[in-house]
Design a protein around this ligand. Structure first.
Ligand code: BGC
Length: 465
């Protein structure tokens, strides 16, 4: 039953990768992008770090259940990004689904508290804002929210410029001001912070509460932004893959229920088969079905097992642990008030494995699509590249990363990929984006100055003659 519904063969994964390849092209196209399920959003990040960036920055990070403010120092000498200090503000569930004004007032208040307690309220440090939702970016500091994901649903924000909402909230308070703002998706932050350590890092990937990836695309293929030269980082928003029904053949009835019960039915199909916000719920639904069919726990469910979202994704990681897995399984089942025997606990482990493996292999297929695209873009026989990765599912699950890598090797055999786990990429990466932008500005100023000098010299020569 499990292998029939959840196992994806190599051929199927190849098909999925091929479908995504076509969707990437649709998302990039000038006339096809507005209908494309994979949005392929330009980020206005035109370069990865070269290791000479430096300076002090503020960073804001909103994307999960917490909001964070950070003071970050980028140090050229040791190529290190130091988190000087940070502060977490919880976002209560009611606020995640309240009004946008409440949310941004809360953010502005947290930022003020942080500035005050660190004596930074009179400095105007550049600010990087990691906002991990799909945004149509018009410029680095103009970013319009397309839609909320991952349990957020604040009114009056979709279709609005997030920087404007933040600035308005600060203005409403009237007690402080902020400098220039750079808006960043968490995938971009991850790629940029890993890119400071390893300059061949050109893909960023998140597999946590949600899932997504970004990569460096050739400007000539980014039809929605003027200019042909160089590259730009594209936020793929691959979570939306399948929103046009293209993954119906691999969706199970459990995926359909998860989608229908979510606060955003019909969108982020791929994400709902993969990320931490949903994996536990898929497992729970499957356990309920197997119990009702008399295949588990003597046919008796429990109140806890019948409670939506009660089975957390972190249980999957605990259950699949190599050494203590069986013991952990039994603890979880007892906590759920279920009457289990050893066979039951082994079956539960198999269920978790089926769901997490499918997730890892789907992610692997998607990552292979990106790597293959970069290789073909650059007309290289072999591609050597680095992927910066973050997210609890990737980091905490005992064999997720191994399975993901095996799938990438299978589907992108001409790509040698190094995986770099990011340490707080969402926080530090926003600062890195700002630091790279400043470095580019510095370099172009220097170039102008030296052009100026050459012109002068030429003039002098002319005068001599
Ligand atoms: C969002 C992305 C984000 C990802 C990982 C998704 O739900 O749409 O923008 O990068 O989650 O946090």
């Amino acid at each position: 039953f499990l292998s029939l519904r959840f196992h994806l063969t190599r051929e199927k994964l190849q098909e999925v990768s091929e479908r995504l390849r076509k969707d990437l092209i649709r998302g990039l196209g000038k006339h096809s992008h507005h209908k494309a399920p994979v949005k392929m959003l330009p980020t206005f990040v035109r370069a990865t770090p070269d290791g000479t960036e430096k300076g002090d920055f503020l960073a804001l990070d909103l994307g999960g259940t917490n909001f964070r403010v950070l003071h970050v120092r980028v140090m050229e000498e040791q190529q290190r990004v130091l988190k000087m200090d940070s502060q977490i503000c919880a976002i209560p569930k009611e606020m995640m689904q309240g009004t946008g004004e409440q949310l941004f007032d809360h953010i502005a208040a947290c930022l003020y508290d942080f500035l005050l307690s660190h004596n930074l309220e009179r400095e105007t440090l550049p600010l990087g804002f990691t906002f991990s939702f799909p945004c149509e970016q018009k410029e680095i500091d103009k970013s319009i929210l397309i839609r909320w994901t991952k349990g957020f649903n604040c009114s009056g924000v979709e279709g609005e410029d997030v920087v404007k909402l933040l600035k308005e909230a600060i203005r409403r308070r009237g007690d402080y001001d902020i400098g220039s703002v750079a808006m960043v998706n968490d995938t971009v932050g991850t790629m940029m912070s890993c890119g400071f350590r390893d300059q061949s890092c050109e893909i960023g990937m998140i597999i946590g509460t949600g899932t997504n990836a970004c990569y460096m695309e050739e400007m000539k293929n980014v039809k929605r932004v003027e200019g042909e030269a160089g590259r730009m980082c594209i936020n793929t928003e691959w979570g939306g893959f399948g929103d046009d029904g293209s993954l119906r053949d691999i969706q199970t009835e459990f995926d359909v229920v998860v989608d229908e019960m979510s606060i955003n039915p019909g969108v982020h199909t791929f994400e709902k088969m993969i990320s931490g916000m949903y994996l536990g719920e898929i497992v729970r639904l499957l356990l309920v079905r197997l119990t009702e069919d008399g295949l588990l726990f003597g046919g008796r469910t429990s109140k806890a097992l019948l409670t939506p979202e009660a089975f957390e994704t972190k249980f999957i990681s605990e259950i699949e642990e190599q050494d203590n897995g069986l013991e952990n399984t039994q603890k979880v089942l007892s906590k759920f008030g279920l009457k289990w025997d050893t066979v039951d606990s082994c079956v539960v482990r198999l269920v978790c494995d089926a769901i997490s493996s499918r997730s890892a292999r789907l992610c692997g297929a998607a990552l292979a699509t990106l790597a293959n695209r970069i290789r073909v873009n650059r007309r290289q026989e072999r591609l050597k590249t680095t992927v910066g990765v973050d997210g609890t599912v990737y980091k905490k699950h005992p064999n997720f990363s191994e399975e993901l890598r095996a799938t990438v090797r299978l589907l992108a055999p001409k790509c040698d990929i190094t995986f770099l786990v990011s340490e707080d990429g969402s926080g530090k990466g926003a600062a890195m984006v700002t630091a790279v932008a400043q470095r580019l500005a510095r370099q172009s100023r220097l170039l102008e100055e030296s052009d100026g000098e050459t012109d002068d010299e030429e003039e002098e020569e002319e005068e001599d003659q």
